[in-house]
Write a protein that binds this ligand. Structure first.
Ligand code: SAM
Length: 472
């Protein structure tokens, strides 16, 4: 019944296969020989199967766990260097017809303030985001065919790409909207989106149906097969994720990797990103009623194991997590973070009055973008506002081949430095600029190809002269 290349949700995410995987992992959690073999394979940086990864996830040998963390950090460095890509979510509308029991946007919630941004309001939000320095957004909306039809999303994307305020521009719009049709995915692709992101929430079908009791999202197969339809519609950068806390984390972890294996088997390209959200307090949602919450140690282990299992897949962490937690997992594999996020509809241009709460969840990191950028640099990372890949057509397998060719250091690295320079010139505080300029000077040395280094130097000069948007 289990078939990674199948088009049927229950065959590529197969319940029996997951149960057998969990039993196998449990039986081998102290099997030194097997764990060493798996680690040897992981060191070749070609990834692991869901079975192998599940053994590492539950491994109880302390010295081997240390090796897992060290390998995750090493793979992170080898594939992503010290660059961290920055983004912000933009909530367009919290109208929703679904009944997701963990989400305050659920249709039965009469308490939350329902809002939908007009195109004028979107402009104000985007200008506020541009004025912070953001270049990359993740659009968020509830599912509501009447209030948030695909035409509304498409019009909003067009509006966003069309706003050029001072030196600002949103150069990549990722989209996180409910599962939809191939035809709609094609429209999103034609509108120039970057990644299509959809969290599975849980891979456990029975739980899924209980957690999504009403609305179109109740349909497990339709939701689980969404990435296949997105790929059929021409979107080859897709972002997976589960909402940790809903089901047993070991089950979700195996499911997530099976989903990645499925995309690889069927389309020859794995997911572009994986997100690892954990349930947060929200309007009428109390996270403690969900029994499967995971602590920071397990969270870190999951991230390290994902990192070594799918080395070419970016990992995203949002402001659901605190500064301390983000600092810990950045080392272990996270390559993209949000900064200065608002989870309310319309929270950037103007602070939302308390009585008008429209937020999806409470954030744990309330710092400004400047503070996050400075903090990253003080930790030795390069905050990157780069959006070059998809604008250069490097999506799907073409992005993967860039990773595999080892040319990232001649491409992503200078792009990160140039976009950071733009940020420093246009938006940073004096202190951040000082730290950033020193960092750029040091990091330019690490561009291996002298020709690329020379061109990048030249571009940095042009940025000082007021020109923008250079890329390799
Ligand atoms: N409505 C779309 C969908 O169905 O996928 C958009 C998703 S929603 C705006 C973004 C994600 O937030 C959800 O997929 C869910 O995983 C997450 N989320 C919902 N409630 C949450 C909560 N209380 N805490 C943390 N994350 C939550």
């Amino acid at each position: 019944m289990y078939n990674p290349a199948s088009s049927k949700a229950e065959e590529f995410i197969n319940h029996e296969e997951i149960l057998e995987t969990l039993a196998y992992a449990e039986a081998h959690k102290t099997d030194r020989e097997l764990i060493e073999q798996i680690l040897e394979k992981a060191k070749q940086r070609k990834g692991l199967t869901h079975r192998e990864a599940s053994v590492l996830l539950v491994c109880e040998l302390e010295d081997k766990n240390q090796e897992i963390y060290e390998l995750a950090s090493q793979i992170k460095k080898d594939f992503y260097g010290n660059r961290i890509v920055m983004f912000a979510p933009l909530y367009l509308s919290n109208y929703c017809v679904n009944g997701c029991v963990y989400c305050p946007y659920h249709a039965q919630n009469k308490n939350i303030c329902r809002k939908k941004l007009t195109q004028e309001e979107i402009k104000k939000e985007v200008i506020a985001l541009q004025d912070m320095g953001h270049k990359r957004l993740a659009l968020e909306a509830g599912e509501d065919p009447v209030n948030n039809p695909i035409e509304y999303i498409l019009e909003s994307i067009k509006t966003i790409y069309g706003i050029h305020h001072k030196n600002g521009a949103i150069r990549r719009v990722n989209v996180n909207i409910a599962a939809t049709t191939v035809e709609n995915y094609r429209k999103l692709k034609d509108a120039g989106i970057g990644t299509y992101i959809l969290f599975q929430e849980t891979y456990h079908k029975e739980s899924y149906e209980v957690l999504h009791p009403t609305g179109p999202k109740h349909n497990y197969a339709y939701h689980t097969e969404a990435m296949d339809r997105a790929m059929e519609g021409g979107i080859d950068d897709v972002g997976l994720g589960v909402l940790f806390g809903l089901e047993l984390y070991r089950y979700e972890f195996a499911g997530l990797l099976m989903h990645a294996e499925h995309l690889e088997a069927k389309f020859g390209v794995g997911p572009h990103t994986i997100s690892v959200p954990r349930i947060k307090r929200a309007d009428d949602i109390d996270p403690s009623v969900f029994d499967n919450g995971i602590n920071d140690d397990i969270f870190a282990k999951i991230i390290a194991c994902i990192r070594i299992s799918v080395p070419y897949t970016g990992m995203i962490i949002s402001t659901r997590e605190s500064k301390a937690c983000r600092e810990r997992v950045l080392k272990l594999g996270v390559s993209q973070i949000s900064g200065a996020s608002r989870t309310s509809v319309g929270g950037y241009a103007e602070e939302e009055p308390e009585e008008e709460n429209s937020a999806q969840f409470d954030v744990s990191d309330n710092r400004t973008l400047d503070e996050v950028v400075r903090w990253l640099m003080e930790l030795g990372y390069i905050p990157s506002f780069c959006t070059a890949c998809y604008r250069e057509g490097r999506t799907g397998d073409r992005f993967m081949s860039l990773c595999k060719s080892g040319q990232i250091q001649n491409c992503c690295h200078p792009n990160a430095l140039m976009t950071l320079k733009e940020y420093l010139e246009d938006y940073a505080t004096e202190k951040t600029k000082e730290i950033g300029d020193a960092l750029i000077a040091k990091e330019m040395e690490f561009i291996p190809n002298p020709k690329v280094r020379e061109i990048a130097e030249n571009y940095l000069g042009c940025i000082l002269d007021g020109k923008r948007d250079f890329r390799f």
